[in-house]
Design a protein around this ligand. Sequence first.
Ligand SMILES: NC(=O)C1=CN([C@@H]2O[C@H](COP(=O)(O)OP(=O)(O)OC[C@H]3O[C@@H](n4cnc5c(N)ncnc54)[C@H](OP(=O)(O)O)[C@@H]3O)[C@@H](O)[C@H]2O)C=CC1
Ligand SMILES: O=CC(=O)O
Length: 321
Amino acid sequence: MMKDKVVLYKKIPEQQKLLLSQMFNLICFDNIDESNLKQFIHEIKDAIGLIGSGVKLHQEILQHALNLKVISTISVGYDHFDLEYLKSRNIALMHTPDVLTDTTADTIFTLIMCSARRTTELNNFVTSGKWSNNLKDDYFGVDIHGKKLGILGMGRIGYAVAKRAHLGFDMQINYYNRSVNSKAEDNLNAQKMELDELLADSDFVCSILPANQQTDLLIGQREFELMKDSAIFINGGRGNVVDQNALAIALKNQTIRAAGLDVYEVEPLPQSSPLMKLKNITLFPHIGSATSETRVAMITCAIENLKAAYIGDLTKNCVVS
Ligand SMILES: NC(=O)C1=CN([C@@H]2O[C@H](COP(=O)(O)OP(=O)(O)OC[C@H]3O[C@@H](n4cnc5c(N)ncnc54)[C@H](OP(=O)(O)O)[C@@H]3O)[C@@H](O)[C@H]2O)C=CC1
Ligand SMILES: O=CC(=O)O
């Protein structure tokens, strides 16, 4: 019997490709860019499934995939898809929550620590040969333990960050969400607040919000002005949430102390960005889930999601059907 066709659009280990090719006629692309987009569009014309990440698969591309039944993204975020369009076509979208929660929380906590203790600046201080005598207090950092952490987006990852902060670092947790997170309130004594109150009250403000219409540019000049001048701002969710020019001005004028970012309005972050010139910022290249173990777990999860959706089981990890 002819196997149905699935197009993979990300480089994954051969062993995991095997799991797909046992069940499907598998066509593989390591990534999609201008050089192979036409070939990709040609291949998806008769595909029933797509699996991969890092590509915005909009209507202009997907309109060619006339037999498409399921897209399995190797990510928890799904802002790079037009959900209304997928619904109108009855295409199921599957994603990979949970398997990356702890790793992403570790990354975000690393940003908190690097920003508070100025590890990038101090690393440069040592490697540039400036460490010649006792460190002067203009290189000192600030404590993390015992401070107030404001979480924007108390979901799976928000909770995992708050758990590290409260149980490991004695931090008091504030949070901003549309719904109440009873688990965070019961286990971590977290307090739900309006955005402005959280910004004014927190020593660290940490966004793990997804990209959606309501989160777009949620944090701009007004919000940075509401923060303490000692505040440290962290973004490990999505870049659309933050007005980067307003952040650069707040950091330059030191109306907030420091920032740590893993995600940006445009990725990769252009060299011309004003954020590149600042000392009081730690920049990661979108590595929230980027450990070997977690990336393998995400691919495995996405393969299982694809197979389940293919046989009509949309009970787990389905964003739209
Ligand atoms: N840096 C990286 O590499 C990674 C980044 N991410 C990003 O982190 C995001 C969160 O992941 P995860 O924690 O698993 O997702 P969840 O859906 O569990 O959490 C999202 C939280 O945000 C809240 N939220 C959503 N929209 C709004 C809004 N408009 N206003 C206030 N609160 C809002 C939700 O609560 P409620 O709906 O009640 O408001 C929910 O608590 C992902 O969508 C992705 O964009 C994820 C993995 C890695
Ligand atoms: O940003 C990463 C994701 O999984 O979403």
